[in-house]
Design a protein around this ligand. Structure first.
Ligand code: AMP
Length: 417
């Protein structure tokens, strides 16, 4: 038997209802904040990701699914959505009508990481991006929106960690100091970090290898290096988070695994998932639109890991499977044909209806109705039909009432719609 690829997974009926619930909650909440849905391709030119995420990141160095297409062009299965949305924003000159655009998308991402619980090679993200707003009010607002979504999904055991990564004016003073510290400790760093430390020392702050973590224990805080503009931007983000009741913790080591961030960076972590504690992350990337060939337009965004979110939300939403409103149990030839007609018309009229097409016994049909969780069973035997009626059984109370066959679909609609 052919099995699915390692690190990939099926989301089966029974689980998928929770995913739909999460998606519906996301869509309605984000649209109230003025976000519009955008659908972007699953593959892009490799260059888009290497230039935006950064050549020296784990994603680009080790995790992308990259291959030549049949003509030899290098293409990559998207490891994240921001780069594609920025590409789309620039390509379609969305800024020409209004530089301010708020966009969101939900879909699969691909990274060839080591699979484990909470970490997959195809995983799903809810991604939101705002272009054209540099105000710190937006940073606070999207974090508030994110936390509101989590509250709606009863995911409350989570903490927002925030940091500022400064801007091209103030960050170099920090990275130069960090590089010096790192060169003194070069021997104790992992292979990746000793290679990256000169050109991209921020990556070392992000490294999970214990030796690198220890080497970084006395690293300075980037917050001490912020220029006055970045400092007041960050202070304002924190003030407005407090105003909206979003609690947060400062985390001076939070740099995120992608190179494009400037100023605000944040991550939402939970204790409910074991090792994979991050359920969402994001930040500002004020230079990326320009770096990818667009105008100088600031932006900010975040991504939520849906697989992890669903895993936590499942604890408070045990069963969202849709149950039929009515199951029609037919006994006899004429009843079967009538049941067929009624079920089809009820379903088309917006009422979830089911039947057994195999003509089994009443007992086995009742069992099936029970298994499906039907609220009512309409029992239609040829004998009742002769009296022009069928029996409607309430499966919870076991009460049975006769219902006239004439205008039955209309009658059911009135009861159940
Ligand atoms: P990132 O794009 O790396 O900032 O990730 C944003 C969120 O996506 C993380 O907080 C995770 O919840 C989720 N995520 C990232 N990588 C994976 C993965 N391999 N498997 C499952 N979820 C992931």
């Amino acid at each position: 038997m052919i099995q699915l690829i390692r690190g990939f997974k099926d989301i089966l009926p029974g689980e998928v209802e929770l995913w739909q619930f999460i998606e519906n909650q996301t869509t309605s909440l984000f649209e109230n904040f003025g976000f519009k849905d955008i659908r972007i391709p699953i593959m892009e030119r490799t260059e888009l990701f290497s230039r935006s995420i950064g050549e020296e990141t784990d994603i680009v160095e080790k995790e992308m699914y990259t291959f030549p297409d049949r003509k030899g062009d290098l293409i990559t299965l998207r490891p994240e959505a921001t780069a594609s949305i920025v590409r789309s924003y620039i390509q379609h000159r969305m800024y020409a009508t209004d530089p301010v655009q708020k966009l969101y998308t939900i879909g699969p991402m691909f990274r060839r990481e080591r699979p484990q619980k909470g970490r997959y090679r195809q995983f799903y993200q809810i991604d939101a991006e705002v272009f054209g707003v540099s105000s710190p009010l937006m940073d606070a607002q999207i974090m508030f929106m994110l936390m509101t979504l989590f509250t709606r999904l009863s995911v409350t055991d989570c903490t927002a960690k925030i940091n500022s990564l400064g801007c091209p004016d103030c960050r170099p003073a920090f990275t130069v100091g960090l590089s010096q510290l790192l060169s003194a400790k070069a021997d104790s760093l992992c292979e990746d970090c000793s290679r990256r430390s000169a050109r991209n020392p921020l990556r070392v702050l992000d490294c999970k290898v214990p030796a690198c973590k220890a080497a970084m224990a006395d690293a300075p805080s980037i917050l001490d290096f912020l220029c006055p503009d970045c400092r007041s931007h960050f202070d304002s983000v924190m003030r407005h988070l407090t105003l909206l009741g979003v609690s947060f913790e400062l985390d001076k080591r939070l740099v995120r695994g992608l190179d494009y961030y400037t100023r605000t960076a944040f991550e939402i972590q939970t204790t409910l998932l074991g090792a994979q504690s991050a359920i969402a992350g994001g930040g500002r990337y004020d230079s990326l639109v320009k770096a990818l060939g667009g105008p100088d337009i600031p932006a900010i965004g975040f991504a939520i890991g849906v697989d992890r979110l669903a895993e936590i939300a499942a604890q408070s939403h045990p069963d969202l499977t849709r149950k039929p409103k009515v199951f029609i149990a037919a006994l006899g030839e004429i009843s079967l044909t009538l049941a067929f007609e009624w079920v089809s018309k009820l379903a088309a009229a917006g009422i979830h209806a089911e039947m057994d097409m195999a003509g089994r016994s009443l007992k086995s049909q009742m069992k099936q109705a029970d298994r499906l969780g039907a609220g009512h069973v309409l029992i239609s035997g040829d004998a009742e039909l002769e009296k022009g009626q069928v029996l409607l059984r309430n499966m919870a109370t076991k009460e049975q009432v006769p219902v006239p066959v004439k205008d039955l679909v209309e009658e059911m609609r009135n009861r159940f719609a």
